[in-house]
Design a protein around this ligand. Structure first.
Ligand code: RB5
Length: 147
């Protein structure tokens, strides 16, 4: 599985740690974020990861900024993308099971490395439950299409 990862300047260290963690497990991780601690605008990384999913360069994505919020807002502006900000693994699991989120986001200023690993594990190991959730995702798509 190919995972795109994107980040701003606040999340370089956490991005590298998560990239190493996933690479050791056999995932291919493609970096769309900055490797510099110089100020970097998070919308650029959020859009790059989201576009990589829509272009089938990667299967899913991880986006990290200071809070996870700004980069998730940016990623969610890209058509067909569902990016979920999670600060703990229960929400991360449900973000896949109920929302089929292709991107998980979290904040380098909010969660530590162990929590970030738990969030990523919960999301990657969960499956979309389809059923009643298909209609709800279609309603979200309808909102997008009406804009
Ligand atoms: C950057 O200072 C910070 O605003 C950014 O990382 C993020 O938290 C925005 O949502």
């Amino acid at each position: 599985m190919k995972i795109g990862i994107g980040n701003d300047h606040s999340a370089v260290e956490l991005k590298n740690a998560i990239k190493d963690y996933l690479t050791q497990q056999g995932y291919e991780v493609i970096n769309y974020g900055t490797d510099s601690t110089e100020a970097f605008d998070y919308p650029l990384a959020g859009e790059a990861v989201a576009n990589a999913i829509n272009n089938h360069e990667v299967d899913c994505g991880i986006c990290i900024c200071g809070t996870g919020i700004g980069i998730s807002i940016a990623a969610n502006k890209v058509k067909n993308i569902r990016a979920a900000v999670c600060s703990e693994p229960v929400s991360a699991k449900l973000a896949k099971e109920h929302n089929n989120a292709q991107i998980i986001c979290f904040g380098a200023r909010i969660v530590g490395l162990n929590m970030a690993k738990a969030i990523v594990d919960a999301w990657l190991n969960a499956s979309f439950q389809e059923d009643r959730h298909i209609k709800r995702l279609a309603l979200i798509k309808d909102i997008e299409d009406r804009q």
